[in-house]
Design a protein around this ligand. Structure first.
Ligand code: OAD
Length: 244
């Protein structure tokens, strides 16, 4: 585990880096009140991914899948971004070449002001028509379920479900950034879901420094250059100072 002295060194490396990629997962939004997936209170403890987050589940029972997404949308609607999200938006503003790759679908990074952002698992506030393919922002919390499109097709949340491919353009952009960055910050992800879990290794193999922030050890911790085991909303503001 990295020490207080390491915090200063990691802060300096971040401030000096020309090209930075940040990869985030559910842990960064945990302190905003958005549940994570794994761990003691994780969603996958109480809900089945197979029943709720696969194309087969949606084909079988779109209403059930939508009820679960409406429950999650209701939870997220009550939250706001935290100091961790805000620090990453600050980092973008102060870095020549920056990309934030998030696995989160909650939209909190954008609310915090991040713009160089790829939501590789989609966004829970966007719907996509399974008929005509149209995507649109949709924040309704009290609509009839499952919602339909004007074309007659069924709407689905524009998120990536298990068994589905990530959007190729987004995946390529994220991988290219990982291959060319000087430094990668990995925050609040258990680093077990592919392909995002392999992004830090891509960066490391090309010589980038890796800084990890998580409550606990992950598969990355043994080879990350720095690992800070504490809350993202505490560590990130210390790594990314307001004036940096
Ligand atoms: P997980 O729920 O797997 O992991 C969350 C991580 O955040 C864990 O390693 C926690 O230790 C850490 N954590 C929790 N609170 C934290 C805090 N306050 N500060 C820092 N770290 C904290 O979430 P993801 O890694 O994002 O995919 O999961 C990846 C994907 O698996 C999700 O996007 C989702 C899920 O199944 C799909 O739905 C396709």
């Amino acid at each position: 585990m990295s020490s207080r002295a390491d915090l200063g060194m990691a802060r300096e490396e971040l401030a000096q880096a020309r090209s930075v990629v940040a990869l985030t997962g559910a842990g960064i939004s945990a302190e905003s009140g958005v549940p994570t997936f794994r761990g003691q209170d994780g969603l996958w403890r109480n809900y089945s991914a197979t029943d709720l987050a696969t194309p087969q589940a949606f084909a079988r029972d779109p209403r059930l899948v939508w009820e679960w997404y409406q429950w999650r949308r209701g939870l997220i609607a009550k939250t706001t971004f935290n100091a961790g999200h805000a620090a990453l938006a600050r980092l973008e503003a102060g870095t020549t070449d920056f990309l934030l790759v998030t696995q989160n679908v909650d939209g909190l990074h954008r609310s915090a002001g991040s713009q160089a952002l790829i939501e590789i698992h989609g966004n829970i506030w966007i719907t996509r028509c399974t008929g005509c393919g149209e995507r649109r922002e949709d924040r309704r919390l009290d609509m009839e379920l499952p919602p339909g499109c004007q074309c007659g097709g069924l709407l689905r949340p524009d998120v990536v479900w298990f068994g589905e491919q990530l959007e190729l353009a987004a995946l390529n952009r994220a991988q290219d950034a990982c291959l060319s960055c000087d430094l990668m910050l990995v925050v609040g992800t258990s680093a077990v879901v592919q392909p995002a879990a392999s992004f830090p290794m891509l960066a490391k193999q090309k010589g980038a420094k890796i800084i990890e922030v998580n409550l606990e050890g992950t598969p990355l911790s043994s080879w990350a250059d720095y690992s800070f085991f504490d809350r993202a909303s505490l560590v990130l503001p210390q790594l990314i100072l307001p004036q940096s």
